[in-house]
Design a protein around this ligand. Structure first.
Ligand SMILES: [Zn+2]
Length: 325
């Protein structure tokens, strides 16, 4: 364990492995988690920290269980319905936590994408929305084997200590794909729009709260290769990411805060332009990257050589030469 990466917390999860993060992200998270007065903890879910970010919107933090980045989930309390964006790893009572905050309001649950840290908590809900392009990957994780990789041969957690009994009980759930631009109705004209922001996965999808004008962008900076023949495989490129951000560009000025799947939140929408700029730079000259590193992918047990192009005032776009176009 890298002792220097330690962040104090009351969470029931205890990290064994700390990822080597960009120093700026790590220091942001340390200050937020150790000192923010926005933070609230609920006994119903000792794996979550809750930060109220708007009058009717909360960011829910949990620690990663697999050594990669700690994910954010978001909860919007609309006039007639509430909406949860992402479901985390599936450890701890997320459903109970949501109920404490929005009471008995009907809940829409939507995922940005089908990765472990954003969608393995799906099985505690009856229906999950996602982009049409993510349905195939979402179906692939709709089973009870998804958590096996978190444990070693003795049944001990490999990256983060947690009580195995606190994993949700698996039950099959319904997956509903929506088109880019689909609007979720939270009542009285309060709408949240699906904004396809692919590249990281084929159907990685942001959600734009049209009332607060907040964008829940998911994971946009790591471009990963699609499997051959996969649904919407053409979306797993820097080019597709660039095209999606370009389409959203006229609305950047109206967005009051960007809330990504990891790291700093309530970020200025200028960051969206900086992401677009970095994509353009890669497309112009893919070999002109800023850094390069070998990265171990715990979910597939492989190591890949990842190129990185810095995003101004942000992290970096991670890509490989075969995911540019
Ligand atoms: Zn992801």
């Amino acid at each position: 364990m890298n002792e220097n990466r330690y962040i104090k917390s009351n969470l029931k999860s205890k990290k064994i492995v700390w990822e080597e993060e960009k120093p700026i992200r790590w220091s942001y998270m340390k200050i937020l988690r150790e000192f923010s007065t926005l933070k609230k903890e609920y006994p119903v879910n000792p794996y979550a920290e809750v930060y109220q970010m708007r009058d009717n919107m909360w960011a829910i933090f949990t620690e990663t269980l697999d050594g990669a980045g700690d994910p954010w989930m978001y909860l919007i309390d609309g006039p007639k319905k509430a909406m949860l964006i992402d479901t985390g790893f599936g450890v701890g009572d997320l459903k109970g936590l949501v109920k404490e905050i929005v009471k008995d309001k009907p809940l829409i649950v939507a995922c940005t994408h089908a990765h472990y840290d954003h969608a393995y908590g799906n099985a505690q809900f009856e229906e999950i929305y996602c982009s049409k392009c993510e349905v195939q990957r979402m179906n692939a994780i709709n089973n009870d084997k998804i958590w096996d990789y978190l444990f070693d041969e003795n049944g001990k957690p490999k990256w983060t200590e947690f009580d195995r009994n606190d994993l949700i009980k698996y039950q099959p759930y319904k997956i509903t794909g929506v088109a880019d631009g689909h609007r979720f109705d939270l009542g009285d004209g309060y709408e949240v729009e699906a904004v396809l922001l692919p590249g990281h996965t084929p159907g990685q999808c942001g959600y734009l709260d049209l009332y607060n004008m907040t964008l829940f962008s998911g994971d946009t900076s790591g471009i990963s290769k699609a499997k051959p023949g996969e649904l919407c495989a053409e979306n797993c490129t820097v080019l597709a990411s660039r095209n999606a951000f370009k389409k959203l560009q006229p609305r950047f000025k109206d967005i009051t805060g960007v809330f990504p799947g990891h790291g700093a939140l309530d970020v200025s929408s200028v960051s969206l332009q900086y992401h677009l700029d970095a994509c353009e730079a890669i497309l112009k000259d893919p070999e002109n990257y800023d850094t390069c590193k070998e990265r171990y992918m715990p979910s597939t047990n492989t190591t890949r050589k990842i190129l990185m192009k810095n995003i101004h005032q942000g992290t970096a776009i991670r890509y490989t030469l075969d995911t540019v176009r």
